[in-house]
Design a protein around this ligand. Structure first.
Ligand code: EPU
Length: 428
């Protein structure tokens, strides 16, 4: 097993280049199987969730070639199987996008119930609702979701709840159906626009992505394409917070500043210095920071995927801050770990109250999920002494080369195996 060992206290200084967006990549990779030709994807993040998505493609008979670390060629013309291997699908959330794409390609899909971070109840009722509305039958048995249709027909779908996953799955399932599909109360995240742009570059006819009404006119065929995935808004936000929290001065490169607005505006409010350029932002730490309240909401609201990282920053701010989690039931599973480091946080249901403290101290902690892990890294970078973070596989699901990127801007962070091989041998 591996852990991150951080010796805190260094202010981060220099440049960090952001990788491609995880949540766009994990939708675009399954979408590539709809092409009757070869797709070349650039700016693909080298992270575990992407590796699993590519392994699923390969297991179904696609030819996947790594042209370089972040460029992938996918030839899915010979995929025959509409069943995704159980264990692979169960290990990531985004495996549910194979439901939409396989349904579109074969009128049949069989995929296990998805995995992903444990953030409380994560039903897929809205996904199933849209497949049914398009004319499919859905059955859940023995842990598998099976969807079958004789023919899919365009229709109007109103989401009872704003959901990124179901919006994407509806786009994937509807892209080749007969007629017009209208999605209402759709999610508006940047990766939804990126998926629409990708599908349109293959010949799809999708309008309105990025607004709450998306119109999809089904097309007969989609061709191969070359496409570059957008930069990861949450990875960028994480390093923005890390730079601010350590009182550093970091330029975050390869970003779309517009996508960062919900994050930047909160940082500015706390007193962090931010300069925006065409495709980069410079963060200048100006500690101590003001207290702040925030509530997570669907885009363009404040993203839930940045909530734990902001909590880490607010523990070291002046006064009392209140965080309200508006998306998930259980996204405060990092709080106990931050308390080990000296944070003063109390949680009541979906609300956390943070009393700013003068300092954090390093401690052994565990990452409960991906963004919880990112929050612990930020806390560890600020803490006095050594922080050891276990269960870093959560972090590596979604951040490319995190230790490497942080070391390049002056952080003292190492990835270590534990027990160390020598200690293990001695114990045997
Ligand atoms: N929901 C339902 N029914 C559904 C679908 C969703 O009730 O059929 C609920 C969920 O339980 C949740 C809310 O709607 O309370 C929003 O869920 P959404 O579908 O938007 O989330 P998701 O597709 O499961 C994606 C990201 C998450 C990110 C959320 C919200 C991927 C693979 N995952 O999840 O990313 O938090 O959107 O933006 O794209 C992360 O990257 O750390 C992460 C968890």
């Amino acid at each position: 097993m591996e852990k991150f060992v951080i010796n805190g206290g260094n202010a981060l200084r220099g440049d960090i280049t952001i990788s491609g967006a995880k949540n766009a990549a994990v939708a675009i990779i399954p979408a590539a199987i709809l092409a009757e030709g070869i797709c070349v994807l650039e700016n693909v993040p080298n992270i575990n969730d992407v590796t699993v998505s590519l392994k699923i493609l390969a297991a179904m008979g696609a030819e996947v070639r790594l042209l370089n670390k972040n460029t992938i060629q996918i030839d899915s013309r010979h995929i025959k199987d509409a069943v995704v291997p159980y264990e692979m699908a169960r290990s990531i959330r985004a495996s549910y996008y194979f439901l939409g794409t396989l349904l579109s390609k074969f009128n049949h899909a069989k995929v296990s119930m998805p995995g992903g971070c444990a953030l409380g109840d994560r039903p897929i009722d809205q996904h199933l609702k849209c497949f049914k509305a398009l004319g499919a039958e859905t059955v859940i048995e023995h842990g598998m979701v099976e969807i079958t249709a004789e023919k899919l027909i365009g229709t109007q779908i109103y989401f009872d709840k704003i959901t990124v996953g179901a919006t994407i799955n509806a786009m994937l399932a509807a892209v080749k159906v007969d007629g017009l599909t209208i999605l209402e109360n759709a999610a508006k995240e940047p990766h939804i626009v990126d998926l629409a742009n990708f599908l349109n570059s293959m010949g799809a006819d999708i309008m309105g992505a990025g607004t709450d009404v998306i119109k999809i006119r089904g097309v007969k065929r989609l061709q191969g394409t070359n496409y570059s995935i957008i930069p990861d808004q949450i990875e960028a936000g994480t390093y923005m917070v890390a730079a601010a929290a350590t009182g550093g001065d970091v330029t975050i490169k390869n970003v779309i500043p517009k996508h960062l607005e919900p994050i930047s505006s909160k940082l500015v409010k706390m007193g962090v210095g931010i300069e925006e350029f065409d495709d980069s932002v410079r963060i200048t730490g100006k500690k101590p920071y003001e207290r702040m309240n925030l509530k997570t909401m669907p885009h363009p609201g404040f993203p839930t995927d940045m909530q734990p990282q902001f909590a880490a920053l607010l523990t070291l701010s002046q006064g009392t801050s209140i965080i309200t989690e508006g998306i998930y039931e259980e996204r405060f599973r990092y709080v106990d770990e931050l308390r080990r480091m000296g944070a003063d946080i109390s949680v009541d249901g979906k609300v956390a109250v943070i009393e700013g403290v003068a300092k954090l101290t390093g401690a052994p902690v565990k990452a409960a999920d991906l963004r919880a892990g990112a929050a612990l890294i930020i806390a560890g970078l600020c803490a006095k002494g050594v922080t050891e973070i276990e269960d870093i596989y959560h972090i590596e699901r979604g951040y490319e080369d995190m230790a490497l990127k942080l070391r390049a801007v002056g952080a003292d962070i190492q990835k270590r195996r534990f027990p160390a091989p020598d200690a293990l041998r001695a114990a045997l």
